[in-house]
Write a new protein. Structure first.
Length: 354
């Protein structure tokens, strides 16, 4: 693949009009601690063709740049032209799984050397990559799919190089989060990304309660084997009628987007109608405040007759008011129980018959 380069101004990489700025391949400092013979690929760190051209980069005088490169989340055709250009020009790529990444690079004729860097990498690998950058050579960081450090390995390297004052250059691309926001149609104009929930324990319950209390849409990643349980927990925390969507295998052959209430989606996942296979993005829909207020008002109107004489009815009405104001039901019940002395468990039930 032909490479296009531009002169690099001291202290930074700048693209001149009509040209694509190329990462630096040659270092001014000592050789990287990473052994080239142990890396995947065979291309030299020096590009003779680039050096012979009049528009080749000038000799680097400072540390290298760390390129954080997004890769396709499923469909290999979703890689960007800029990503290919960067991956072709850098002398080294740190990849989550070198074998997986090599398939993408081979498809686009990229022969740059690869070394592994993942969540279980030894501290020595981080030190080697930092030494490579300090030596004046650029480095590209990629994961198996999506953007490094977004629920993927890479955050440690980015943080360490940034802490040293190094230049970090994001190369954006395919995103499962943005694809789910766009395709689900229920996240609303303001939404938050929760990543993966804790598997068990108090922290999981607290995170679910925060999702339930948030009027914005929420997006979560989940493993296929835990998707049904998480949908069940979301329905319990947010209410079974809150809108949701299950986005599975986005951009892949068996892409599927199922919309419905959280209760219905939990049932479909439990029955196997939503297969427990592939990559999942779960979407909790934004809350319609006007609908919530109307529902709370109707519930309060039904209870007002008994509230004057029955403290339990009044306490339950207070719970509904707090929920309408945005509190999670569990938190609302705890607050009312503290205020009234009525057991929290009693506040969950429906109002007793008059």
């Amino acid at each position: 693949m032909a490479r296009r380069t531009a002169r690099a101004a001291p202290g930074g990489l700048h693209a001149t009009p009509g040209r694509v700025a190329s990462p630096r391949r040659d270092g001014a400092g000592p050789e990287s601690a990473i052994d080239p013979d142990s890396a995947v690929g065979s291309e030299s760190a020096t590009d003779p063709e680039s050096a012979a051209r009049p528009d080749a980069p000038s000799e680097p005088t400072g540390p290298g740049r760390l390129y954080v490169v997004a890769t396709p989340i499923g469909n290999l055709g979703d890689v960007t032209l800029r990503a290919i250009q960067v991956l072709s020009a850098v002398p080294l790529i740190a990849a989550e799984d070198t074998r997986h990444s090599r398939r993408l690079l081979d498809r686009h004729g990229v022969t740059t050397r690869l070394v592994s860097y993942h969540a279980q990498s030894a501290p020595e690998r981080l030190a080697e990559l930092l030494a490579h950058l300090r030596g004046g050579r650029d480095l590209a960081l990629i994961t198996d799919a999506g953007t490094p450090s977004v629920s993927d390995p890479g955050e440690g390297l980015v943080a360490a190089w940034g802490a040293e004052g190094g230049i970090v250059v994001p190369i954006p691309g395919a995103s499962a989060v943005l694809a789910a926001v766009a395709a689900s149609g229920i996240a609303g104009p303001r939404w938050c990304f929760e990543g993966f929930l804790p598997r068990t324990g108090r922290e999981r319950k607290e995170r679910l309660a925060r999702v339930a209390a948030d009027e914005r849409g929420s997006l979560l990643f989940e493993a296929p084997g835990r998707a049904a349980a998480t949908l069940r927990d979301l329905a319990a925390a947010c209410g079974p009628d809150r809108p949701g969507a299950v986005c599975r295998e986005l951009t892949k052959l068996h892409e599927s987007i199922v919309r419905g209430s959280l209760g219905d989606l939990a049932g479909l996942a439990a029955s196997g109608e939503i297969p427990a296979r592939g990559e999942f993005v779960l979407v909790v829909g934004a809350v319609d405040r006007s609908s919530r207020a109307r529902a709370a008002g109707a519930a309060s109107a039904e209870l007002v007759g008994d509230a004057a004489t029955d403290p339990l009815v009044a306490a339950r009405a207070r719970v509904e008011t707090l929920v309408a104001d945005g509190a999670a039901r569990g938190e609302a019940a705890r607050r009312v129980a503290a205020e009234t002395g009525i057991p929290r468990r009693s506040l969950y039930g429906a109002a007793p018959d008059a």
